[in-house]
Design a protein around this ligand. Structure first.
Ligand code: PHE
Length: 385
């Protein structure tokens, strides 16, 4: 007769001892008949199955039915019994696994390590080639930025940064863009909504250029100042091959006594040669920015056709056959700007310049679409990494 759990009527220590001994004897007896892993599974379920396994039945019939004064004792004994049954079954399971492994190996297995390697098989095949993780690389835009910063560092410039969310004051007013001045329209600005109740100068916007960092720098530093300010800028521009609503600029500012337009030209000529090669020429074309006077656009001789305007007998597409490529805006800091930062315009003078990093990277790497920098296609990035 296979063992079955019966109700307890007597909950004395002696009666409990007896009932528990019967359970253990039954388990041992039944275990003898189990000779392989399939049989073991049935055996294990008979004893441990949550639904109607022998231990569950014991809990329901003995523990739950015990009178209140015996419940603590029965609970303690039940837990001991449960641990024992689980241990016995676990040991038996391991023995059966070992025997199965021995059968596969057709030999006796003596050490645990030996058994593990039999049971699991060799876990590492050291003859297979490894998996190489690809190393990350600096993004071409960031690399170009660092290269340009490096050029100016070598000239003694330090690096300043400012916030991307700016006030109208820093982005426009202190840079001598009066309210409603048409020059503001040249920078398609993204304004933060719901600012109408604030005075104009405090309203927030996404900076359209890095020039606000000039103001922040001059507010906290007295001349001499020589800084470059790299960073991200935002404009309400539609995407195309040469425009992106988010791009990067590097701003430069030098303020000291007796700084002249010659210093501006010499500095930028040196920087362009350092970036594009010593055969590159620069020229300066009159332009307008509210915060510089005079202002200029700096151009470099076309690096694709060596400034000839034609390549392989055809007009050069990169410079529209002009031999020159426009690269950056610059000029002498407008004296009005010094008024906003408490510099004495009669004592100091300086120059500023600002350039688009993507534009430089496009020229340097011969990329034909600015979107390639932003859509994260590793096949593109890998070529420049
Ligand atoms: N901030 C200007 C722009 O984004 C560029 C510039 C910077 C021009 C500094 C002159 C001096 O268009």
């Amino acid at each position: 007769m296979p063992y079955s759990v019966s109700k307890l009527t007597d909950f004395s220590t002696r009666a409990l001892d007896e009932a528990i001994t019967d359970v253990r004897d039954a388990l041992r007896e039944e275990a003898v008949a189990v000779s392989d892993q399939t049989q073991f599974k049935v055996h294990r379920d008979r004893w441990l199955a949550r639904k109607n396994g022998i231990l569950t039945q014991i809990r329901d019939l003995w523990l739950k039915q015990a009178p209140p004064e015996a419940r603590a004792e029965v609970g303690k004994r039940f837990n001991e019994l449960k641990d024992q049954v689980e241990n016995i079954l676990q040991t038996q399971k391991m023995e059966l696994e070992l025997r199965a492994a021995e059968k596969v190996a057709s030999k006796r297995i003596d050490t645990l390590a030996e058994w593990k390697s039999m049971a699991l098989g060799p876990s590492v095949d050291i003859t297979l080639p490894g998996i190489r993780r690809s190393l990350g690389a600096e993004h071409p835009v960031i690399r170009t930025m660092h290269e340009m910063i490096g050029v100016f560092r070598n000239l003694g410039y330090s690096v300043e940064e400012g916030p991307e969310i700016e006030t109208d004051f820093y982005n426009f007013e202190a840079l001598n863009f009066p309210p409603n001045h048409p020059a503001r329209d040249t920078q398609d600005t993204l304004f933060i909504a719901g600012q109408e109740s604030k005075p104009l100068r405090d309203r927030l916007l996404l900076r359209t250029h890095t020039s606000p960092v000039q103001i922040r720098t001059m507010q906290k530093m007295k001349p001499p100042v020589r800084v470059v300010c790299p960073g991200k800028v935002h404009r309400n521009d539609a995407l195309d091959a040469t425009h992106s609503p988010i791009f990067h600029q590097i701003e430069g500012l030098a303020v000291d006594t007796n700084i002249t337009f010659c210093d501006l030209k010499g500095t930028l000529d040196h920087a362009m040669k350092a970036m594009f090669g010593s055969s590159v020429k620069t020229r300066f074309y009159p332009s307008f920015f509210p915060f510089t006077e005079p202002s200029a656009d700096a151009q470099i001789s076309c690096i694709f056709c060596d400034g000839k305007g034609a390549r392989d007998g055809a007009p050069c597409r990169n410079c529209k056959a002009s031999g020159w490529i426009e690269l950056l805006g610059c000029g002498m800091v407008d004296p009005n700007v010094y008024g906003f930062v408490d510099y004495d315009a009669t004592k100091v003078s300086g120059f500023a310049f600002g350039m688009g990093v993507e534009r430089i990277a496009i020229l340097k790497y011969g990329v034909d679409d600015i979107q390639l920098f932003f859509n994260g296609d590793v096949r593109f990035l890998e070529q420049l990494g």
